[in-house]
Design a protein. Structure first.
Ligand SMILES: [Zn+2]
Length: 704
């Protein structure tokens, strides 16, 4: 289970345009996205560019334009920061991005900049000139309408860098990282096969670099930004695929709106809805469950080999024994589809015994139509020692927190003997496959979701601490917040990451508290009681409401100050604005769990008079008419009443009450009539948040 942050980040919405042709290369371009394989490791050939007249001083492009144009031209480049404030791009300020395969040039650092000499390569200088040329140029030709939509889609994301500096690491550690990056690329291939998009990469037009960037960023052809997701023609490939796409089910099944129900009601439902299988048809046309290891053998076998190799590389390090064991166990799981031993090894790692955080395999089910199949991802990070403070504070309180939630849930739920681990803090190196979204990133996650480790509450939880902490993201978030809050509430807003971190810790901890996924009422787990999507929404709603409630509970016990609690509450309301702005449903009308929970929380807080819309007042930015205030004196009471309601619904398996909350606060319908205050709030939030592009994370790893 995870907690994403729908961040709100600005950049002037520039009219995007690019030249019609990609830079010419002396090496034939590889097919888009095609080179991720174990037999073609990242150290593939380095292209050389025709010599270009190098600009003497790279001061033509502003930083934001440089980063935007790199995307429009499918170049793996990012101007990190104008560190020396000379309005000029200097070699140390250039980052080369991970994962841009199939472009005209190699994606390796050395192709672009000579780090020893501190000089740009001729390939880079040539590309810079192309970017300058592309600025202000228009796309025309028969495919122009689609391509301009793609640029608009890209423009709704602000490229945001997640950079890891490994220069001080040992050669062994660097080699280990290189291997995991290969695993990450292969994992993206499995994920795209699960999504049903992998083969579509071949249809991305070669002369359309912005489409290649879109395909890479979104891991498929579809547009997913708010203003373009419903544009039928917005797609990385001409003749955009219509309707549901998925590689997990036979094509003919996908057009049937009720196919998920049909599978879960099937006599062979155990295999068909198993998280680690794919549904295919037998020669007689019957649906059958095929193990992932069979369906994705082309990727899973090489990954198993790479993980074993990584274990060998890390083996000489006496401080990484737990990691070595996990790598070997994961390697085996990639051959036999039995994930339990890998989970056992994984749960034994943590801040105390490894420098690295690594999770590789199938985990979350959010992004597939039936919410039952586990999707492949790699989450690879460095463990950050700062979590020790929260672990020491909250570890002794786990049992009491469980008693709190159990008390509020009421019968038939009774407090369990909980023994979960509190989150480790991690700084992400690379997220790949299902972990890498077009916009924003997961900021907290509890795994695994299945098997004994999950059922016995022995899983691990992490909070991602290096997302949204760059100065651009913080400034952007403040700007959006100032457009929504009145002056008085803005005074309690902070860009200090600490309150958000605490909230994330509590949210993730709460997935292990109260009635959770495996809790049974009348012999049924939540999925069986509520159905997949509603069960996901209510598990997330429980976790996030617990984050609100437990904040005051901690303040009451003097574990944190009242000011800490207030700042966290204001930050959590901003978090909910971000998710509301994403819209409540996907294009196929699947509910978005976090948007739903955010809308329910906001609706409840407004009903209780905590959050108020003041139509006559000017927002804190001095520009927008109408703004929200948060009455912090009433917050604790409202958080408690919502906690009681939500924990009770889950504890009793009360599907009717759950649906009623969704109807009232998500669909804004009360007593059969439109609920106007609800509609108005959602509309204003969406309009003001969407003025700013959302961050799209790109990763860069400095070896040299
Ligand atoms: Zn969650």
């Amino acid at each position: 289970m995870r907690r994403p942050l729908a961040a709100l980040v600005p950049l002037p919405a520039l009219a995007l345009a690019a030249c019609g042709t990609p830079p010419e290369a002396t090496v034939a371009p590889a097919p888009p996205m095609a080179s991720a394989s174990a037999s073609a490791p990242p150290s593939a050939s380095v292209a050389t560019a025709p010599p270009a007249a190098p600009p003497q001083k790279l001061d033509t492009l502003k930083r934001a334009d440089f980063n935007r144009l790199a995307g429009a031209l499918f170049l793996p480049l990012y101007w990190t920061a104008d560190t020396n404030k000379n309005d000029t791009l200097d070699p140390p300020e250039l980052a080369v991005l991970w994962g841009f395969r199939g472009g005209p040039y190699a994606a390796e650092d050395a192709a672009w900049v000579d780090r020893d000499k501190g000089q740009f390569s001729s390939t880079f200088l040539f590309s810079y000139a192309k970017m300058v040329e592309a600025q202000g140029a228009k796309i025309d030709g028969p495919d122009a309408a689609r391509r301009n939509l793609v640029l608009s889609e890209l423009g709704q994301g602000r490229p945001t860098l997640v950079e890891t500096d490994l220069r001080a690491f040992t050669p062994g550690e660097k080699r280990f990282v290189e291997i995991i990056l290969e695993v990450a690329e292969l994992t993206e291939r499995i994920f795209q096969k699960q999504k049903g998009t992998w083969d579509m990469r071949l249809r991305v037009p070669k002369g359309s670099p912005e489409s290649q960037t879109l395909f890479f960023r979104n891991q498929g052809p579809r547009c997913e930004a708010p203003l373009t997701q419903n544009e039928a023609a917005c797609s990385a490939i001409p003749d955009a695929p219509k309707g549901r796409i998925s590689g997990l089910y036979p094509l003919d099944m996908l057009s049937d709106a009720k196919f998920c129900d049909a599978l879960s009601g099937h006599a062979d439902k155990k295999t068909l809805t198993d998280p680690f299988t794919v549904v295919r048809r037998s020669p007689e046309g019957k649906p059958i469950g095929v193990p992932d290891t069979t369906a994705y053998a082309d990727e899973m076998k090489p990954i198993a080999g790479l993980l074993a190799k990584a274990a060998e590389v890390i083996a000489p390090d006496p401080k990484e024994k737990a990691l070595e064991k996990y790598l070997l166990a994961a390697s085996k799981a990639f051959t036999d589809n039995d994930w339990a031993p890998a989970d056992e090894a994984w749960t034994k790692m943590g801040v105390d015994n490894s420098r690295w955080y690594l999770r590789v395999g199938p985990d979350e089910t959010y992004e597939e139509p039936c919410n039952t199949k586990a999707l492949f991802h790699v989450s690879f990070a460095l463990i950050n020692q700062k979590s020790l403070k929260w672990q020491k504070k909250l570890d002794p309180l786990k049992i009491e927190m469980e008693k709190e939630l159990a008390g509020l849930a009421g019968p038939p739920y009774t407090a369990r003997n909980v023994s979960f681990k509190l989150p480790d803090f991690i700084d992400i190196v690379v997220n790949a496959g299902d972990s890498r979204s077009p916009f924003g990133g997961t900021i907290g996650q509890s795994l695994p979701n299945f098997g004994a480790v999950a059922n016995e509450g022995r899983g691990r939880t992490v909070a991602m601490t290096n997302f949204y902490t760059d100065p651009d993201s913080m400034a952007a978030l403040r700007e959006t917040t100032e457009s929504l809050f009145c002056k008085v509430t803005m005074a309690t807003y902070t860009t200090d990451p600490e309150p958000q971190l605490m909230s994330t810790v509590l949210h993730e901890a709460a997935h292990n508290l109260g009635p959770a996924h495996q809790y049974k009422v009348a012999g049924k787990i939540d999925r069986e009681v509520f159905g997949g999507p509603l069960a996901s929404t209510f598990e997330e709603l429980k976790a996030q409401t617990a984050a609100l409630y437990l904040t005051d509970w901690l303040a009451g016990r003097k574990e944190i100050t009242k000011e800490d609690a207030d700042r966290a509450h204001v930050r959590d309301v901003v978090w909910s604005f971000g998710h509301i702005s994403r819209g409540m449903y996907t294009e196929t009308h699947a509910p978005k769990s976090y948007s739903h929970l955010a809308a329910i929380q906001l609706g409840h807080l407004m009903k209780e008079g905590v959050v108020t819309w003041n139509g006559g007042e000017t927002a804190a930015n001095g520009k927008d008419q109408g703004c929200f205030t948060v009455d912090l004196a009433k917050f604790a009471g409202a958080a408690r009443s919502l906690m009681k309601e939500v924990a009770g619904i889950k504890g009793r398996g009360d599907k009717k009450a759950a649906e009623a909350l969704v109807k009232r606060y998500v669909d804004c319908e009360a007593d059969g009539k439109p609920h106007e205050a609800c509609q108005k709030a959602q509309k204003v939030i969406t309009e003001r948040v969407l003025r700013q592009p959302k961050p799209s994370f790109f990763y860069s790893i400095r070896f040299k």
